[in-house]
Design a protein around this ligand. Sequence first.
Ligand code: PGA
Ligand code: ZN
Length: 431
Amino acid sequence: MKELQLEAKRIEDSRGRPTVQVVARLNGLEGKGDVPAGASKGEDEAATVDVEVAVKNVHDVILPLLRASSWDLKKHADLVQAERAVVAKAGDNFKILGANAVVPTSRALWQLAAKLAGMELWSYLRKHEPAAAGSERVSFYMNIFNGGLHALKKKDGEVLGKDRIDIQEIMVVPVAAARYAEALLWGEKIDAALKRILIDKFGDQAVTRADEAGFSVKGLGDSSAAFALVFEAIKKAGFEPGRQVKMALDVAASSFFDAKTGKYQLRGDVISSDEMRAYLSGLVDKYPGMILSIEDGLAENDWAGWTKHSAQMHERQVLTIGDDLFVTQLPRLEKGIATKAAHAILIKVNQNGSMTGTLDVIKHAKQHGMKWVVSHRSGETLDDSIADLAFATGALGLKTGDPQPERDFPERNTWVRRAKYLRMVAIEKQQ
Ligand code: PGA
Ligand code: ZN
């Protein structure tokens, strides 16, 4: 890779926080990659370093390493080897180089390798990573009601369960939409219906859009009440709840769990793990056939609780998904498989630290009969490569926030969520 060029720079994510973009160039072609950032992070996620340090590490450490090698980006095995060498250099859990240096480089290299092969990223992935490839239809997990740390205004003294709902994400999943373009349209209609319902009920001032572009209502702290409003919006938009459109939750329970007491704080009450499970089962039972999956229903280290929760949800045909629980890392996934902790894993490239490492996790999940949902982060950029990853692997879902209807989001540079859904629509057109 003597001729390879890597140009790293600081860009802003959707929260206006600095992050890193890398452009990789070779033979007159280029690949680009960004790194997003979470707000509700799992404690074992790949570590990041200061943005300035990450930019410097790309130029001063990663580029010389790759240039000194005889790897050829036109050979897939070489791309994988190169990436593994960078990951090895990144230190224990990426603490030395930073996942925010390695992830954008990794994404840029994969995009470049696909271009060198004359392929779209999804088709490159399917061809070269057959053990991870799949052609199952991907469902859109569209987060239209935001709560938890994505909605809470801590500096204004707001409290979870009172000023904002505890549950981080209430999503609609248009399971019966025949095409991705249709799924996006259904999501937009439900978004519009929910907006009308919320403004009628709570007034203009109280209704805002939060970190993932879904709605949040100041003063509405009860997650069950918010769930009921989204359910109503599905009907109001003209869809049959449970058949055409299902719902999914990301509870992000670690964000209201107190590790010292081992208790959860929900709707202002301090409750046990058993009570937390009972709350979730109660919600599922109140809306039969409606809830497709529950992500992070319990805290990331409540392993015993997770095993019971997954058994209970299995009886109800609801999938449990581990996000903070697994942080897209093999050792935690292995523990989860051994303890039957969850039915599915959330996949975030920046939790893992590289594309190759992420694919290793997907393959492992697949081998053990688990499903996976590919996800964005709450602090996102316009990088849409997670759509290619979801499509190429036949993921259960692509979770990337609100559909961001054009009427409410007239500026394209704000489409950090919509861009991923649109990429799925574009990929579908290539079939
Ligand atoms: P995060 O949220 O990016 O803030 O971690 C997304 C999620 O929890 O799934
Ligand atoms: Zn999550």
